[in-house]
Design a protein around this ligand. Structure first.
Ligand SMILES: Cc1cc2nc3c(=O)[nH]c(=O)nc-3n(C[C@H](O)[C@H](O)[C@H](O)COP(=O)(O)OP(=O)(O)OC[C@H]3O[C@@H](n4cnc5c(N)ncnc54)[C@H](O)[C@@H]3O)c2cc1C
Length: 415
């Protein structure tokens, strides 16, 4: 198998898993990665002693594929407290565990976000989804999430106060148009597991996957221009001939004939500020349900001390949409933060803004998995990547595993 030239385009989560699985079958894959590091959309920078993830994202400890491929202890996972702090200009309050133990939330507290019937429905939904397999969830007819929540009978109160701000931050879109399949999957994951980040940032996830590779070579700063048949044309003018190619990046980037086949992806802006001290003082997501720009915030050092080597706190702010220039946006965000915290806006010191133009794929038909035969597009070319299934680390892992199965199968004798 050593002599087989198997190239994987992209060292994101899906490409790394494909390589891992191919190694298990005795292959020696070669990954071509345009950037200078592994991880793709899951990366962490170190800036002035702060760890800055490229966009606020979490690993859910209930993700089945993550449990299979990641040693959670080696990552020193730090979990968030379940639930959220609801922040508005008049008051702030904690909804402690709505997707795991809704019946345990005190009536008085719950009444601020929803009705007694909402509470019972939350409980019913957790029970219902725990009984459904992930495959069943993704085979259920799909509705836009907002419509699904209304059809389920949730009140406008809980939809506005909790579901909208929470799931906007997950789906990275304001209208909750994302498929109810994704809603059910995420809700189930939150009711079974915890949102978590590795102690030293999300970038530790791909680094740990890379450490598990032994016979794979990775060529960094090697951008692929085009795949034609079994030829890979690189941006630097070279051409590589492959026995098999796994395209672990949205394929329109390297196959001209597929251009225009994909909807524009979800974008997001992630801003990092330092502040003398966290005003949440707990490892919890804060939701600004009245914010025009800020959707959700987290003090990362409340979750893991290692995110901050100074004595200041690190605030991660997620902005879904903005028509402002960066300077104006910073001011607008600072004033929304002042409104919910009472802390003067100038105390929030901007560290860095990430404008992420490709955060999540926009898909019509979300899937949990596909048969490996579906990711083979020619005798030489196979596909991997979250865009085949749904926008999540779990899906990226699944797709990498399936692509490698397809490659392995392609070497089996046909009868
Ligand atoms: C802000 C944000 C928040 C998110 N939140 C969550 C979350 O909370 N939970 C969750 O589960 N998921 C979340 N996700 C989604 C998750 O990160 C992705 O689903 C997953 O990382 C996708 O992995 P991938 O391998 O499919 O693609 P990518 O990570 O996009 O990997 C593609 C790789 O290919 C490389 N590449 C691109 N073009 C070329 C080329 N021409 N030649 C060579 N290499 C190339 C890229 O540099 C990259 O390394 C979030 C993503 C973002 C950005």
């Amino acid at each position: 198998m050593k002599e087989e030239k198997i190239y994987i385009i992209g060292a994101g989560i899906s490409g790394l898993i494909a390589a891992l699985e191919l190694e298990k079958e005795g292959f020696f894959p070669i990954i071509l990665e345009s950037s200078d590091q592994v991880g793709g959309r899951v990366k962490t920078d170190v800036v002035d002693g702060f760890l800055l993830d490229h966009g606020f994202q979490v690993l859910n400890t209930a993700y089945p594929e993550a449990k299979k491929y990641l040693d959670f202890q080696a990552l020193h996972l730090k979990t968030f407290d379940p639930g959220a702090v609801i922040l508005n200009s008049k008051e702030s309050y904690i909804i402690s565990d709505p997707m795991r133990n809704p019946l345990k939330i005190m009536g008085m507290v719950f009444s601020k976000v929803g009705t007694f019937l909402d509470k019972v429905k939350m409980f019913a939904l957790t029970q219902e989804l725990k009984k459904k397999t992930n495959e069943e969830i993704f085979n259920t007819p799909s509705l836009p999430t907002l419509q699904y929540l209304k059809a389920y009978g949730f009140s406008d109160q809980i939809i506005t106060n909790f579901f909208i701000p929470f799931f906007r931050g997950v789906f990275l879109e304001k209208q909750l148009n994302t498929s109810s399949r994704m809603f059910e999957f995420v809700f189930k994951m939150f009711s079974l597991g915890h949102a978590a980040v590795p102690e030293k940032g999300m970038g530790e996830i791909p680094k740990l996957l890379r450490k598990q590779l032994s016979t794979t070579q990775i060529y960094f700063n090697t951008a692929v221009k085009e795949v034609q048949g079994n030829a890979i044309h690189l941006e630097n003018g070279e051409t590589l001939l492959a026995d098999r190619i796994i395209i672990a990046v949205q394929p329109d980037k390297v196959m001209k004939q597929l251009q225009g086949q994909f909807a524009d992806p979800r974008k997001v802006i992630n801003m990092y500020f330092s502040l003398q001290k966290s005003f949440l003082a707990r490892p919890m997501i804060g939701l600004l349900n009245e914010g025009k720009y800020v959707n959700n915030i987290v003090f990362m050092d409340d979750v893991s001390d290692a995110y901050c080597s100074s004595d200041r706190s690190l605030l991660s702010v997620t902005v879904l949409e903005s028509d402002l220039e960066e300077k104006e946006l910073v001011k607008a965000v600072q004033s929304e933060l002042e409104a919910v915290s009472g802390i003067k806006s100038e105390y929030f010191k901007l560290i860095k803004t990430y404008q992420i133009n490709y955060a999540l794929p926009v898909l019509d038909d979300l899937k949990y998995t596909i048969p490996f035969t579906e990711c083979k597009i020619t005798d030489h070319v196979f596909l991997a990547g979250d865009y085949l299934l749904n926008g999540s680390i779990n899906a990226a892992m699944t797709s990498g595993r399936i692509a490698s199965e397809a490659v392995v199968h392609s070497y089996m004798p046909t009868h």
